[in-house]
Design a protein around this ligand. Structure first.
Ligand code: FES
Length: 121
């Protein structure tokens, strides 16, 4: 398989603990909601799907962080996730974390790393 990269957004668009960027990935032939956020100076990407019920996390587009700006929050029932790992750290996710995506920040851009045959190119 060949790794490819797809530009998600400019790196400057992601502030520490601020709004995330929504995008879509194609997995097993289906478009899935996903997002990237900046935390601890790094960029992290996950499927936008809560571990409790598979709904999107953000209550307004890109609003993934809680008030402390340290945790990702599911707006439906308040599950909390560690932005650095996607691990469930509280609430109804009951140990079921987020699904991480391979993202990379480089040369002013944030890229999704895709295997060939995955994604829409
Ligand atoms: S759907 Fe996310 S906590 Fe219930």
């Amino acid at each position: 398989m060949v790794a490819r990269q797809r530009l998600i957004c400019r790196a400057a668009e992601l502030d520490e603990g601020g709004l995330g960027m929504r995008f879509e990935v194609e997995l097993q032939g289906q478009a899935q909601a996903a997002f990237v956020v900046r935390h601890g100076g790094r960029v992290y990407g996950y499927l936008n799907r809560c571990g409790h019920i598979p709904v999107e996390l953000d209550w307004q587009p890109g609003a993934f962080f809680d008030h402390s700006r340290l945790y990702l929050l599911c707006s439906t029932h308040g599950a909390l996730y560690d932005p650095a790992t996607g691990a469930c750290v509280g609430g109804r996710c009951n140990g079921r974390g987020l699904t991480p995506l391979a993202v990379e920040e480089r040369a002013g851009g944030v890229y999704l790393m895709e295997e060939d045959g995955q994604g829409d190119g």
